[in-house]
Design a binder for this molecule. Structure first.
Ligand code: URA
Length: 235
């Protein structure tokens, strides 16, 4: 496919405008700047970037970022008839589903898509993109507790790997802790606090890698931007 047509199919700009962008030296094919017009792209294997950001033909995939409220199940349909996260996503003819899961009582950032390849990548155990949570915990979390959580704790036959853990606030009554983990065991954050003798009473996921909730209210959802989609595919 001609480079300008490919760029237009990716939503960069009109073909004429794409020609200008090419002549400005902002486009690379496989890391080499291309300034000539009329160059062909092999859409199956060439990597095309504009201003060093990869571009792709807009396909059939949809991507949403949801701020999940407490009281919704992370599933496509619930046999018990409870509200599911899909109730909060716009109607689509695509078979959308959540990537990974948040507990019924956990709120925050959840990705929803029909991109099987991305889902496999993001949920694979070897995938190390950090997931960041804020936990409200009963009682005082001490610096010693923080050190334990950072180094790894036994959550029942599994020792968690190193985590970034910081106290937001702590007093005798309750503490707030921000932590980034690189695994996704079932109820992992709650179990990590259990392991140090503490109970989580509120849990919110605020980020996955560099993707964050940035102003999205609880219960709201929005499509991921092209930049966010490229980031998740390339990271
Ligand atoms: N850890 C938990 O304990 N619960 C979640 O929903 C996500 C991470």
């Amino acid at each position: 496919m001609r480079l300008n047509k490919f760029m237009a199919s990716c939503g960069v700009a009109s073909r004429r405008k794409c020609d200008e962008i090419i002549m400005e030296g902002r486009v690379k094919i496989n890391a080499k700047v291309v300034k000539k017009l009329g160059v062909q792209v092999d859409t199956t294997k060439d990597l095309v970037t504009v201003d060093d950001g990869a571009i792709r033909i807009k396909g059939d995939c949809e991507y949403y970022l949801l701020n999940k409220p407490v009281g919704y199940v992370t599933t496509v349909s619930d046999p018990q008839g409870r509200k599911t996260v899909m109730d909060l996503i716009p109607e689509s003819r695509k078979r959308l589903y959540p990537i990974g899961r948040l507990d019924y009582n956990t709120s925050g950032l959840l990705l929803v898509t029909n991109d099987g390849e991305l889902t496999q990548k993001l949920t694979h155990p070897s995938f190390e993109l950090g997931k960041t949570y804020v936990a409200k915990v009963l009682g005082e979390v001490t610096l010693l507790d923080v050190a334990k959580l950072r180094g790894g704790v036994d959550i029942g036959g599994f020792v968690t790997s190193k985590a970034e853990v910081n106290l937001i606030s702590a007093n005798k009554k309750e503490s707030r802790v921000k932590l980034t983990i690189h695994e996704g065991k079932n109820r992992q954050v709650r179990k990590m606090f259990k392991a140090i003798g503490k109970n989580v009473v509120e849990l919110e996921r605020i980020a996955i890698g560099k993707i964050n909730l940035s102003g999205l209210k609880v219960g709201e959802c929005r499509p991921l931007t092209d930049k966010e989609i490229s980031y998740l595919k390339e990271v």
